[in-house]
Ligand binder design. Structure first.
Ligand code: UT7
Length: 391
């Protein structure tokens, strides 16, 4: 039995910041309302050329640098996201290509804001069974691209970003000790994001979805989700500790999904734990859905909130409904990687992009020589050009 240890972590958030005061100029809201009801002061917004895949790649590259692992050693890449640019190719495949992780399987995981914890458990199980030795789990989102900017009940809440961890198999006990994954599809209507190909509702017009919300944007019953969240955080933390034969007294830090400081306060009360046991950075990030826990983890490490041998719990909740918790022993000290070595690693990614382009051209050339149409020959000229540039 192998233990899946976290040996690297990295986050990437876009440079552009949108403050509550900026939002005051866009919609009918106030900094006072947003701060009092959510704790959020600002959030990051992806730039025009940034995508969920580019954010995910940056976070993964940083996590690999901390782990001092070569991309070719990675055997599994899981990207938890609700905002992929494509249904396929998956965001994970694009990250695989950007990294040059030539021996990795890659797939996306859809469990909304619980996605990172789901992914962590999937990767830990793959390591425990001996199926893979190393894995990267990423939570990455461009939530601001699926918001209805006229719906003040949701557009003030979300932000963009990505966080990643590298997992490595070891015979030393520790790492991911226990997890609890749960779902309740009956609550699917409380928090939803329709797929682009969902049938339009003729009576409302093509712009709208059946519940009156704009198509391809988030719809949420905030109060109901709030109530659900405060219940399941406590339940899943207890259940996970029970599986590991531990109690709350053994826990050093809880890194919850960052949706609202009031949810975290209510969960702390329910668990009878001091607020300081919960790490929060929602104030500066907003709700970044699947990315929120790994981003918060990186900030917690930077703030010195995690020491070797600490027990940390990640707990997520969100659309589906889904919720999940993982208990991790934080007992691997990362190697001290020199700056030149890190820079050298970055150069490898430029090489990976070049090699990917060469493979693509090679395929087209082979098809041309063989006289067969290329896979995208059926696309119209405009579509073809934009996809070539994009992918
Ligand atoms: O990651 C996915 C999980 N999602 C969550 O965890 C979100 C959970 N829910 C929440 O965090 C909270 O329910 C919200 C922050 C979304 C809303 O807070 P609330 O205290 O539940 O407010 P509410 O929806 O009950 O609305 C209260 C009032 C309403 O006005 P009336 O009807 O009382 O006159 C809203 O129209 O606040 C109004 N309101 C706003 N006012 C100013 C709603 N949004 C805004 C706004 N600015 N942005």
């Amino acid at each position: 039995m192998k233990y899946a240890h976290i040996i690297g972590w990295g986050k990437y958030v876009p440079d552009r910041v949108l403050t509550n005061h900026d939002l005051e100029r866009m919609i009918e809201t106030t900094d006072e309302w947003i701060t009092r009801r959510t704790g959020i002061h600002e959030r990051h917004i992806a730039g025009e050329r940034e995508t969920t895949a580019t954010l995910a790649f940056e976070a993964a590259a940083r996590a690999l640098a901390v782990a001092d692992l070569h991309p070719s050693q990675v055997e599994l890449i899981i990207v938890a996201t609700s905002t992929p640019e494509y249904i396929f190719p998956s965001t994970a495949c694009r990250v695989q290509d950007y990294l040059g992780a030539i021996k990795a399987g890659a797939f996306d995981l859809s469990a909304a804001c619980s996605g990172f914890v789901y992914g962590l458990d999937m990767a830990a199980q793959a390591i425990a069974t001996g199926s893979v030795r190393n894995a990267i789990v990423i939570g990455a989102e461009t939530m601001t691209r699926v918001l209805d900017w006229e719906d003040r009940g949701t557009c003030v809440l979300f932000g963009d970003g990505a966080g990643a961890v590298v997992l490595k198999g070891s015979n030393i006990p520790g790492g991911v000790l226990a997890s609890t994954l749960r779902s309740d599809g009956s609550g699917g209507d409380l928090l939803s994001l329709p797929a682009v190909y969902h049938n339009p509702v003729p009576t409302l017009g093509p712009e709208y979805f059946h519940n009156g919300h704009k198509r391809n944007t988030i719809a949420m019953d905030g109060r109901q989700v709030f109530r659900f969240a405060t219940q399941v955080i406590a339940d899943s933390v207890h259940e996970t500790l029970r599986k590991a034969n531990m109690t709350l007294e053994d826990v050093d830090l809880i890194v919850p999904h960052q949706a609202n400081t009031r949810i975290i306060e209510a969960a702390a009360k329910r668990l009878k734990l001091p607020q300081e046991m919960f790490y929060t950075n929602v104030q500066w990030m907003g709700n970044t859905s699947a990315a929120s826990i790994p981003i918060a983890l990186c900030d917690a490490v930077k703030d010195g909130r995690l020491q070797p041998d600490d027990n940390v719990i990640f707990v997520g909740f969100g659309g589906g409904l889904t919720w999940a918790a993982s208990l991790v022993k934080w007992n691997v000290t990362p190697p001290d990687v020199s700056l030149p070595r890190r820079e050298w690693r970055r150069a490898r990614y430029v090489y990976a992009r070049g090699r990917s382009k060469m493979k693509r051209y090679g395929r087209r050339f082979g098809a041309w020589i063989g006289g067969s149409p290329t896979p995208d020959a059926s696309l119209k000229d405009g579509d073809k050009k934009s996809r070539e540039n994009d992918l």
